[in-house]
Design a binder for this molecule. Structure first.
Ligand code: TYC
Length: 116
């Protein structure tokens, strides 16, 4: 910090006096970098048991039993539904967990991610 009365204490940056300031002009709008978010979607099929889908939604997406049931029924009726929105790596991990557990249990359940 310069001492008071030094060269940086002048009023030349005030309106009407003419600026002597040099350097980069700082944007007044704060740069809020939002992370790239991805929707994780569950797809309907005719064979995966409803109970399995509900358990996956509870386990992988940390949904309550009630919310998991709602999402599962939505997917069952509409063909596709959102399980959550996450940063890339989190979304990717969840898709992998769903696909791995579906494959292990020999269900055709499909889970995908898409950029929001
Ligand atoms: N349609 C399946 C059935 O009737 C249930 C189901 C729901 C499957 C959601 C997949 O993502 C899904 N057993």
């Amino acid at each position: 910090m310069p001492a008071h009365g030094g060269p940086e204490d002048d009023d030349s940056d005030k309106p009407g006096k003419g600026s002597t300031e040099t350097g980069t002009i700082t944007k007044t709008r704060p740069k809020t970098k939002r992370p790239n978010l991805y929707r994780v979607l569950l797809l309907n099929d005719d064979y995966t048991p409803m109970e399995f889908v509900v358990l996956v939604l509870q386990d992988v997406f940390n949904k309550s039993r009630e919310e998991a049931m709602q999402i599962m029924l939505h997917v069952h009726q509409k063909g596709v539904g959102e399980c959550g929105v996450y940063p890339y790596e989190v979304a990717e991990t969840k898709v992998t967990r769903v696909m791995d557990t579906a494959r292990k249990n020999q269900h055709p359940l499909q889970c995908v991610m898409e950029k929001q």
